[in-house]
Design a protein around this ligand. Structure first.
Ligand SMILES: [Zn+2]
Length: 165
């Protein structure tokens, strides 16, 4: 079956935490002493999410569409990446059923920003906030994430065949 009724996707991303950068997660500015390092704005939540959409559609990953060697993508607003993945989803004839994200960060506390992130991501993808799950966990001080050297995000998505068109 080339176009199944449902498609599942998974995405993962991690960026290094450094001083002198803004921390942007899920499209939200989060006050912190460090920010994520990357060619774009390094929003690992949006990167994992967009990759889950590309993956569900069996398309290449973010790097294919937004090369980190392209100067045009320097400090890119990751929302543009998310909109590209949404566009590909629509083009393939699918819509998002639900999203489940797990952010792994030792610091700062992500909980207070989850509501705002849900609103932002739901608005960008034109879906209900009730379809966007976001959880945050620490890494129990273990490994690079636990040592506050990085923040990571896992994303799972379910797409279903569009009922319109
Ligand atoms: Zn990334």
């Amino acid at each position: 079956m080339i176009n199944p009724q449902i498609r599942i996707g998974h995405g993962y991303d991690l960026h290094r935490l450094v001083e002198g950068r803004k921390l942007i997660l899920g499209g939200i500015d989060i006050p912190h002493t460090k920010g994520l390092l990357g060619h774009s704005d390094a929003d690992c939540v949006i990167h994992a999410l967009a990759d889950s959409i590309f993956g569900a559609l069996a398309l290449p990953d973010i790097g294919h569409y937004f090369a980190d060697t392209d100067p045009a993508n320097k400090d890119l607003d990751s929302n543009i990446i998310l909109l590209k993945s949404k566009q590909e989803c629509i083009r393939a004839g699918y819509e998002i059923a639900n999203i489940d994200l797990t952010i792994v960060a030792q610091k700062p506390k992500i909980g207070p920003y989850i509501k705002k992130m849900k609103q932002k991501l739901a608005a960008s993808l034109s879906i209900s906030e009730a379809c966007v799950g976001i959880k945050a966990t620490t890494n129990e001080t273990l490994g690079p994430v636990g040592r506050e050297e990085a923040i990571a995000c896992f994303a799972v998505i379910l797409l279903e065949k569009s009922r319109v068109g």
